[in-house]
Design a protein around this ligand. Sequence first.
Ligand code: ADP
Ligand code: MG
Length: 396
Amino acid sequence: MGACLSHRIKSVSPSAAVNSRSASRNGNNLSCSSGKESLASIPQTPRSEGEILQSSNLKNFTFSELRTATRNFRPDSVLGEGGFGSVFKGWIDEQSLKPTKPGTGIIIAAKRLNQEGFQGHKEWLAEINYLGQLHHPNLVKLIGYCLEDEHRLLVYEFMVRGSMENHLFRRGSRVPPLPWGIRMKVALGAAKGLAFLHNAKTQVIYRDFKTANILLDSNYNAKLSDFGLARDGPTGDRSHVSTRVMGTYGYAAPEYLATGHLTAKSDIYSFGVVLLEMLSGRKAIDNNRPSGEQSLVDWAKPYLTSKRRIFRVIDTRLQGQYSLNRAQEVANLALQCLAVEPKCRPSMDEVVTTLVKLQEPGEMPKRNQKHRGNAHNHSNGKPTTYPKPSASPLHV
Ligand SMILES: Nc1ncnc2c1ncn2[C@@H]1O[C@H](COP(=O)(O)OP(=O)(O)O)[C@@H](O)[C@H]1O
Ligand SMILES: [Mg+2]
C-alpha cells in the first residue's frame, strides 16, 4: 500500500502452470533443524479441493464463529495486511475451538480474503494444502479455515511479535532498533524454514519470501507464514516449474521475473534480499530514497565486495554490536545468495550451516561489548503497521 503500491501491476504474459506432483526427490535430510518437524509426504498427484480439505487435520470454521471470535472483524484488531487481505486478532477456546470472550482461551490470527484483491480461492487453497501437511518449528501453524459463500478465511496461531518487517523498519525515537543478535537469530530461523521446504519429499518453493512473511513469537523464533504463492518444485528431469510471474517486487529473482521459470534458487535470491534488509535496515524497494538508492540490491551490491566500503551498507544503528569479520561474512552470504547466475547461489542447507556459525557476534573492541544486542535484552513495544509491498502478479 502507499508508495509501494506503485509496484503492484498485472502480469502481461501468464503462462501455463505446471503443477506436477509425480516422482519424489531424493531430498537431503535437514541436519540443522530441531527434529520436531514432520517431513510430510505430499501425495504425488494433484489433489482435488475436496481431498485437500478432507485430508488436512484442520478445523472448518463457520463465518459466524470467526465473526464472533474477532468481534465482527473490528478494525482496531487488525494485525496486518497483505495481498490476500487483512488479518484480525481473535479468541477461541483451546479445546473446542469455539469463539470465546476476548482475553480468554487462545489468541488466533484470522486472515480474511479481500474480494477486490489479486488473490483469491487458489491462494487460499494453496495455504491449506501446504500448511495442512507440513509441520515444522519454523513454519506458522494453521488451525483451520472458513469456506462459506464468498468468504475465504484462514486461521493461524497468533504470533505475538508480528512480522519481521514491522520490527526492522518501524521508526520513531522511542523504538529501539532491532539488535544485531536478534537479526541473526531471525535469519537463521527463517532459513531453517525454507530449508525444510526445499528438502521436503516433494520439494516446495515458497515464492514470496520477504520480511512481511516472517512472523515472530515472543522469543523471536521465526516462522514462515503466507503460503498462498507456494508451489511444488520441479520433479523428474525438469529443471524448473513454469508459472505466471507472481511475487513481490524487490524480492523476486531476476531470471524468474524474466522467464517465469521457478526454481528453489529463486527463493534463495529472495533470502539474499532479506538478509540485506536485515544488514542495512533498508527496504528492498524504497521510493523515498534518491534515485540510485531505491533498489536495495542494485545500490548495495558494489559495497558488499569491499572490506572498506561495507560500512556504507550496514545499519548505522547497529554500531558496536558486531565485529568486522561477522559483518563481512554475512555480507558475503547475502552476495552469494544474490548471484545473478542461479547455479552460483548456495543451497538453503548451506545457508543454514553458515548462519549457525554466525550466531556469535565475534571478536570486537571491548568498549563496544556492552552495546551488544541479543534475543533476551531487547524490550519491545507493540508491533506497528505501515505501508508495505504485497504479493501480486509481476511484469515480465
Ligand atoms: N499469525 C499471525 N500472527 C500475528 N500477525 C500476523 C499473523 N499472520 C499474519 N499477520 C500479520 O498480517 C500480515 C499479513 O499476513 P500474510 O499472511 O502475509 O497475508 P497476505 O497473504 O495477505 O500477504 C503479516 O505481515 C503480519 O503483520
Ligand atoms: Mg504476506
